[in-house]
Design a protein around this ligand. Structure first.
Ligand code: SAM
Length: 361
């Protein structure tokens, strides 16, 4: 008999936010955490639901018919997200990524983009691509700048098994084409590499997107959440991915576009474009992590591997002013000391962490 893992779900937001002392006034100027890292990126999970059941993210045996997703009243409205986003931009956020769960399963997500667009931050969205075909133009029109599409294999049987929703590769490719036609390029294509599952498809993935102008990023399988049965043995180090690709199409490193960029960039020596690797497990990049995550129900997380968050929803719904919210976020960032990937061990990997579908990938 297999034991069912119950994912860690935060306690009610109101309880967390009750009767706390207001944060000290933030005087402005550059915002830095305890390790001197600045705040640049905000990831917003717009839903904890997804129409896929990727085995490494939302395994079906946990996220089944009995799983309690957040009720509608618990999740932030678009107006609430936009209000917080304005405060974040005022604190230095330059890029906002909508994610989830699957952001495109939330109805009318383009309306949120319309609200965020005037803030002036770069707006991106990470999606499994399943609903991109019919949404790409609407998203672009609403003000989305770019899109990242997850696609773990070009082999249909492997992909269907990994998404565990029997979803075909061809439909995701249609979504990518629609995004390109809508002007959301260059598109980033994320492939989570799991040893013995899809690593035999690394070269096919590289070949498919070479010369396309789009950028494939090979992601190390991470110990996010506590339901995906993560084991170090299943991780294919990025160095090995680069070696495999370079043995066929030589690549050379390229400098980061900006400090704190998640993916390490490589370009084909023959000029066929670039690829990226995201090596959270084998080459921790905590030292310049500049990201905050806002969960679907309005809690703020200072690390992808966090065990708890900081409730903002009860401030929002309790009548706090923008300045009070700004002070709260600034104080939280200033106290931040996370560096999980630098201290990961087999033991920490077993800790009960918040699920990625809730916190936002
Ligand atoms: N549903 C959207 C999607 O599929 O892109 C957005 C949310 S998903 C959680 C965001 C990204 O996280 C995807 O590229 C997914 O493959 C990646 N991801 C999820 N679980 C992961 C894990 N355990 N290790 C590495 N990447 C993971």
């Amino acid at each position: 008999m297999t034991m069912k893992v119950i994912p860690l779900q935060p306690k009610g937001a109101a309880a967390a936010g009750a009767a706390r002392a207001p944060a000290p006034r933030f005087a402005g100027g550059p915002l830095a955490d305890t390790r001197g890292r600045s705040l640049r990126d905000l990831r917003v999970s717009v839903t904890d639901r997804c129409n896929f059941r990727c085995t490494y993210c939302m395994p079906r045996e946990v996220f089944d018919a009995g799983y309690r997703f957040l009720p509608h009243g618990a999740i932030l409205s678009f107006e609430e997200i936009a209000r917080l986003a304005r405060v974040f931009v005022g604190l230095g956020v330059e890029k906002i990524r909508l994610t989830g769960g699957e952001p495109l399963v939330r109805r009318d997500v383009h309306r949120l983009i319309e609200l965020l667009s005037p803030l002036g931050a770069e707006l991106t969205l990470t999606t499994n691509g399943s609903l991109l075909g019919k949404n790409a133009f609407l998203l672009k029109k609403a003000g989305l700048n770019r899109v990242t599409v997850s696609l773990d294999s070009l082999d249909d049987a492997t992909f269907r098994a990994m998404n565990d929703a029997d979803f075909p590769v061809a439909k995701v490719l249609e979504g990518i084409e629609a995004a390109e036609a809508a002007g959301l390029a260059p598109i980033k294509i994320n492939m989570v590499v799991k040893r013995g599952v899809n690593d035999d498809g690394i070269l096919a993935m590289a070949e498919r997107w070479r010369g396309s102008g789009h950028i494939v990023r090979f992601i190390e399988f991470m110990d996010v959440g506590s339901t995906n049965a993560w084991r170090m043995d299943d991780v294919v180090p990025s160095a090995s991915v680069i070696k495999r690709i370079s043995s066929v199409w030589p690549v050379e490193p390229v400098g980061a576009n900006y400090a704190g960029e998640v993916a390490e960039r490589w370009r084909y020596v023959d000029g066929a474009g670039e690829i990226g690797v995201i090596s959270s497990v084998t080459q921790a990049f905590c030292s310049n992590c500049n990201r905050l995550r806002l969960s679907t129900e309005g809690s703020l997380y200072t690390c992808l591997f966090a065990q708890s968050g900081h409730d903002l929803k009860s401030l929002l719904r309790g009548g706090a002013s923008d300045e009070e919210i700004r002070n709260e976020i600034a104080a939280l960032w200033q106290a931040r000391s996370d560096r999980y990937s630098e201290i990961r061990t087999a033991e920490t990997a077993k800790a009960r962490k918040i699920e990625m579908s809730y916190i936002g990938g």
